[in-house]
Design a binder for this molecule. Structure first.
Ligand code: TGC
Ligand code: FAD
Length: 393
């Protein structure tokens, strides 16, 4: 059911004062676009478990695809905080929509820009920036999720092309993507990246059905059955897991901002509802137990906002470490999922309906806390960073 979007962003510590005029303009542009184009339709699409493909052009127009890719390749040439703000505003509406934008930006455009040949950049980036081409990122396999270095998807040399075999699972955007950035092992056993195009013989993208989470995002498999991929589609120099993991640094950073958007939306919804809903002759906001929840929400949101803002500054300076990004992804998703769950309780029975966004956000974050490295994997990354001891293996 279409509902009016009354969202007002919380800013308890005047974090707006830390933003430039350009960053605020970008934030307002995306927020207004979301209110007009996305909020009225998102629940219908989530209920139908369908990605709203007609918004792709609009996402391109507001600069949501490759915001920090240089303008000469079709990107917007923005800074990292602007990228984060765009992710926050999109995920404020729905994690699945942010997923589509962050996969396109950080997992498809970023590797082509960072590792691709000049021809690959010219061929793909401008079309990805407008949404004329949509992309997906294939790292996870049915038997290799948290441990991608054990992947079995591989390619063999066959003259001017290679023959690719294997399968990837849980791939966002796969069912409609025009191209896939795929990570596979070469004959020496090194992980390499290559661009596989829809239409190549033996390449299929079956859709994954039955999700209770991220329902407005299309998820699928990538199946490679002796696919002939021209050698010119291989990223020439990057080898090893650091290739895909570098892309994840960018996407995890965007998720840290994005997840906060869900918490900000749930807080705003729960606060408004608590002030309006009367029980025992008073607004439920007058009860101490409800105030405790709301006070804790705004505290965690404020801490999360400061965390991502500082991380954005470090990324702008080229100083953010993968472990710092990992901490922000884990913390902001974890705190946001708790805020969404408790907001749902503040709304009582109404909280389970699509009249409010809280239940959808809560269910979406069950994917977000798992993808791009699970909560536990990120704890181990911090653990290894501070102790110097690897507890993964
Ligand atoms: P390890 O031996 O630690 O490292 C292998 C090589 O990679 C380097 N490295 C990194 N480089 C850049 N950025 C990072 N974050 C890096 N982390 C490690 C490392 O220095 C080493 O380099 P070199 O030169 O020595 O070879 O690797 P490991 O096999 O022990 O695994 C480490 C672990 C578990 C942390 C890692 O593999 C991991 O992060 N696992 C989680 C997997 C994951 O996040 N998958 C995400 C799939 S994509 C996705 O979910 C998209 S959802 C998108 C959406 O819809 O929004
Ligand atoms: P597993 O790795 O099997 O983990 C299961 C449990 O074991 C987890 O709780 C984990 O924390 C724990 N565990 C694993 N190893 C350890 C350890 N060493 N120590 C302690 N605990 C451990 N992937 C892509 O490549 N591209 C995409 O676009 C993409 N989109 C996705 C979209 C959705 C909706 C979802 C749900 C997933 C997506 N993924 C994508 C895959 C995602 O990255 C993986 O699901 C994730 O990395 C976890 O892998 P797994 O599901 O195989 O879980």
């Amino acid at each position: 059911m279409a509902r009016t979007d009354l969202y007002q962003a919380p800013d308890y510590y005047a974090i707006d004062d830390l933003l430039t005029d350009e960053q605020k303009l970008i934030r307002d542009t995306v927020r207004n676009w979301v209110k007009k184009e996305l909020s009225p339709i998102i629940d219908d699409y989530a209920q139908r478990a369908e990605f709203p493909k007609h918004i792709i052009k609009g996402l391109g127009e507001i600069g949501a695809f490759g915001p920090y890719i240089p303008q000469e390749y079709g990107g917007a040439g923005l800074d990292q905080i602007s990228y984060g703000i765009i992710m926050q505003e999109l995920e404020r509406c729905d994690s699945g929509i942010r997923s589509t934008a962050s996969v396109q930006s950080s997992l498809v455009m970023y590797p082509i820009y960072s590792f691709g040949t000049e021809e690959q950049k010219r061929k793909y980036l401008p079309k990805l920036a407008t949404g004329e081409f949509m992309g997906c990122f294939g790292l996870t396999e049915p038997d290799h999720g948290s441990d991608p270095s054990s992947m079995i998807t591989n390619f063999k040399d066959a003259g001017d092309h290679v023959i690719l075999n294997g399968a990837k699972m849980w791939i966002s955007n796969a069912p409609f993507a025009d191209i896939a950035v795929v990570w596979a092992k070469d004959e020496a056993g090194d992980i390499r990246g290559l661009v596989v195009e829809r239409g190549m013989e033996g390449f299929t993208t079956p859709e994954t059905h039955g999700k209770w989470s991220l329902r407005a995002s299309a998820t699928g498999e990538l199946v490679f059955d002796n696919v002939k991929v021209p050698k010119e589609n291989i990223f020439p120099t990057i080898k090893g897991l650091k290739g895909p993991l570098s892309c994840l640094n960018s996407a995890r950073y965007g998720i840290a901002w994005g997840a906060l958007g869900t918490a900000m939306d749930c807080y705003d919804t729960a606060l408004r509802y608590a002030k309006e809903r009367i029980q025992f002759g008073k607004p439920i906001a007058a009860f101490q137990l409800q105030q405790k929840k709301l006070a804790e929400f705004i505290t965690e949101i404020t801490k999360g906002q400061l965390l991502v803002w500082r991380l954005g500054v470090l990324r702008n300076e080229g100083k953010a470490t993968p472990a710092q990004i990992s901490m922000a992804k884990r913390n902001n998703v974890y705190e946001s999922i708790k805020i969404c769950r408790e907001s749902r309780q503040i709304l009582g029975g109404m909280g389970i309906t699509d009249e409010y966004s809280v239940m959808r956000h809560m269910a979406n974050l069950e994917s977000v806390i798992t993808y791009e490295g699970t909560h536990d994997i990120h704890l181990l990354i911090t653990g290894m960073d501070i102790t110097g001891i690897n507890a993964f293996k």
